[in-house]
Design a protein around this ligand. Structure first.
Ligand code: E4P
Ligand code: PEP
Ligand code: MN
Length: 610
């Protein structure tokens, strides 16, 4: 069966193999092509790992995220190894995603859709075909699906394609089994204890949420409203980058659509092409060329898909891409995973949002604040700072609000282990700490504590963004005015003698319906109005902060003078723990000496009682 689509007026047939006639990036050369063909043949005969019913369930949820009614949390390793297919690492990641989603639901009051970068995230696109390892140049590690991290196993081995399938299937099976055995039962969120998080503040914030959920559940149980069984488990979908197309092709099957599903490409046999290797796959920033093999493959499948959008993406190119992969403009079919970097998001995201809006596509906008913020330490260790990650996320949220758009999700590289791969966070990890427990095989991940902190801060951002939006709203001043803060509030006082009091008893020789208009000079000059002055000052500060953000990460940048509430919160938490100011400033990227302003009693952390 072939699907047909019109591009530039020409009919373009699609099949699971049509990508093979297109140019491709990140080419894989199998020394033994016959062995690669045999591996693909074997894969084609194996059963699906996920089913159309599950895929369509995710698709429907993502539609909600595109429409602003749900939030998508996607996270997991940069490079998942076959050796992570074991109960402990899988449990740790599931727990972390569940903990984060609880916090996010709490913060956003919206349902959270969970997708793991798990059960198949085995392929890595690399910047260079070779890398230096212990002073020797070796072929780059391209993920367990192709070669091994051990320098002795860097040759691409086709047997690994089959091995990837079995590790993926085993991981998926364990996730499903755990979920159906009460792992995610909302009645026991206490069981998702914070593994290695010893931070008292974070522990108690989390416990407050858990306690409150337990109280609500007890109440629902008492009144008999807790009987639908929906609280016993949640969905946790799987995803990976669809990089190795021979693997993806082998698991692409023509299957019956679930009943009630309206396919994007209807066919008489009510079947469609489903990628059964994962619920969701995405195209990487390095392989999203309009005329390339990856875009060709992705345009034919029913699954919801992601596209990474980096700083080199042009506005018209983005729209062209959407038209190719989603010609019927299905709402939420595409998740645009933006990853510009904290220093570029301000100059790029707004234009992308406007271009997509004008095209009529309705996508899930997801922020990946990791991949545009990778840097090397002077000793050559790849890292990312919590500050830049948080900064890109908060900018994305703000920009979406400004453009009347919705930030529908976040995409993170994280692990449930106590790794030291990203700097910053409330622990204040610095470059020198990275070697303590640096175990990633590709990009630096947030550890459990940093990931959870980010979820809490994301919740707080919703609140801050709402306040900021009010401040920028031109109607705000007029609303204030009607509340009386800007203009004198006409009030009734039986003894009032003011000629401007509308309810003042009139003199008998004034007609009763005559309401004297007060002279303009009776109102204070708005330029002197304290409320408007505060709003203007806030705007000026916000502009200065935006200017400063553009320099973050540049050589010679002395640190930020203007930081947001999230960073101040982190700084205060560290201060309370007695960390020296200079260390806090360094860890959070704040300009030297700025913290002393806070120490003068201007701001203090709020203490929770009990
Ligand atoms: O995960 C993303 C990419 O594979 C990764 O950032 C590439 O890293 P490299 O630049 O070290 O190849
Ligand atoms: C390779 C990745 O990202 P990007 O394509 O955005 O660089 C990734 O998500 O691991
Ligand atoms: Mn990565």
């Amino acid at each position: 069966m072939q699907a047909s689509q019109h591009i530039n007026g020409e009919s373009q047939d699609w099949s699971p193999t049509s990508w093979r006639s297109k140019p491709i990036k990140q080419v894989i050369t199998y020394e033994d092509q016959a062995a690669a063909n045999a591996a693909c043949k074997r894969l084609s005969a194996l059963p699906p790992i996920v089913t159309p019913t599950e895929i369509v369930r995710l698709k429907n949820s993502l539609r909600d995220a595109a429409l602003g009614k749900a939030f998508l949390l996607q996270g997991g390793d940069c490079a998942e190894l076959f050796s992570y297919c074991a109960d402990e690492p899988i449990d740790a990641k599931m727990k972390l995603l569940l903990q984060m989603s609880l916090v996010l639901i709490w913060g956003s009051n919206k349902p959270v859709i969970r997708i793991g970068r798990i059960a198949g995230q085995y392929a890595k696109p690399r910047s260079s075909p070779t890398e230096m390892l212990d002073g020797k140049e070796v072929p780059s590690f391209r993920g367990d699906i192709l070669n091994g991290y051990d320098p002795a196993h860097r040759r691409v081995d086709p047997e690994r394609l089959v091995s990837a399938y079995f590790h993926s299937a085993t991981t998926s099976n364990y996730i499903r089994a755990q979920l159906s055995s009460g792992f995610a039962d909302l009645h026991n969120p206490i069981d998702w204890e914070l593994g290695h998080v010893r931070d008292q503040e974070l522990q108690s914030k989390y416990q407050t949420i858990v306690q409150s959920i337990s109280d609500s559940l007890r109440f629902m149980n008492t009144i008999g409203a807790d009987t639908a069984g929906q609280l016993q488990t949640v969905d946790l979908f799987t995803s990976h980058e669809g990089l190795v197309l021979e693997y993806e092709q082998s698991l692409t099957r023509s299957l019956k659509h679930p009943s009630g599903h309206k396919p994007s490409q209807p066919s008489p046999d009510r079947k469609g092409w489903y990628n059964t290797s994962a619920h969701f796959i995405w195209i990487g920033d390095r392989t999203r060329q309009i005329d390339g093999g990856h875009v060709e493959y992705f345009r034919g499948i029913e699954n919801p898909i992601g596209i990474k959008v980096g700083p080199s993406m042009k506005n018209d190119e983005l729209v062209q891409l959407l038209d190719i992969v989603n010609p019927s403009k299905e709402v939420g079919k595409i998740t645009l995973i933006t990853r510009y970097g904290a220093d570029k998001v301000e100059s790029m995201l707004g234009a992308h949002i406007e271009a997509v809006k004008a095209s009529g596509h309705i996508v899930v906008w997801q922020c990946d604040p990791m991949h545009g913020n990778t840097r090397s330490t002077p000793t050559g260790i790849k890292t990312r700072s919590f500050n830049s990650i948080f900064s890109e996320l908060s900018s994305a949220l703000k920009i979406h609000k400004q453009h009347d758009s919705y930030l529908g999700g976040m995409h993170l590289e994280l692990t449930g282990d106590a790794v030291t791969e990203c700097t910053g966070g409330s622990e204040g990890l610095v470059d020198e700490d990275l070697s303590l427990n640096y175990t990633t095989y590709c990009d630096p991940r947030l550890n459990e504590k940093q990931a959870l902190e980010l979820a809490f801060l994301r919740g707080e951002l919703t609140f801050i963004a709402a306040v900021e939006l009010d401040a920028q709203d031109p109607a705000f001043a007029s609303r204030l005015s009607s509340l009386g803060a800007v203009q004198p509030n006409p009030h009734y006082s039986p003894t009032s003698t003011s000629q401007f009091d509308p309810q003042r008893p009139r003199s008998t020789n004034e007609p009763s319906d005559m309401m004297q208009a007060p002279p303009a000079s009776a109102f204070p000059d708005p330029r002197n109005n304290p409320v408007l002055q505060v709003l203007e000052a806030r705007q000026r500060i916000s502009d200065l902060a935006d200017d400063e953000m553009r320099d973050v990460g540049r050589r010679g940048f002395a640190g930020r003078t203007y930081v947001d509430a999230g960073v101040i919160t982190l700084a205060l938490m560290k201060q309370v723990r007695g960390e020296p100011e200079s260390r806090i400033e360094q860890a959070l990227g704040i300009k030297k000496g700025r913290l002393s302003v806070l120490s003068r009693g201007t701001v203090g952390p709020v203490q929770m009682e009990g």
